[in-house]
Ligand binder design. Structure first.
Ligand SMILES: [Zn+2]
Length: 147
């Protein structure tokens, strides 16, 4: 349990105590504590810290292939051509494509396979796929390059 978690629990305990004081004054316990404590709990349990998820955990960002659950395949030349430069035929690196390590490796492997099978050019992008929309902006990479 992290420090943040304990601090949150403490704050909830304090707010429960305030709620109980208010209850004594109003003689209406159900109205004030309905959002804090569940109705099944007894009055003694109200002071106990409750279990809750950390609300400050950040959402995990997913790459575009993981997000839509797309499996790159050497037979799907149209898809893997989107990760190839139209000028040099090179595969764009991870910091430009924004893919995770596993998907980037898969894309590179499938492009290599397709090139060996004669379905894709080494130095050119297939002419019919040149006007396909870009999945990423080459001029604004997801992450700056380390070199
Ligand atoms: Zn991914």
């Amino acid at each position: 349990m992290s420090v943040m978690h304990i601090m949150l629990s403490l704050r909830i305990v304090v707010s429960n105590r305030v709620g109980m004081i208010v209850n004594r004054n109003l003689h209406n316990p159900s109205r004030v504590t309905s959002s804090i404590a569940s109705p099944a709990k007894t009055s003694e349990d109200r002071d106990a810290p409750i279990e809750m998820e950390n609300p400050y955990t950040q959402k995990k960002e997913k790459c575009i292939l993981c997000k839509y659950n797309i499996e790159p395949d050497y037979k799907n030349v149209r898809l893997i051509s989107q990760f190839q430069s139209r000028y040099t035929g090179r595969v764009y690196a991870k910091h430009i494509t924004g893919l995770c390590q596993a998907q980037q490796e898969k894309v590179e492997r499938e492009i290599h396979k397709a090139q060996h099978a004669g379905m894709m050019g080494y130095y050119t992008k297939e002419a019919e796929f040149v006007n396909d929309p870009m999945l990423f902006d080459i001029d604004n990479p997801f992450r700056p390059h380390k070199y």
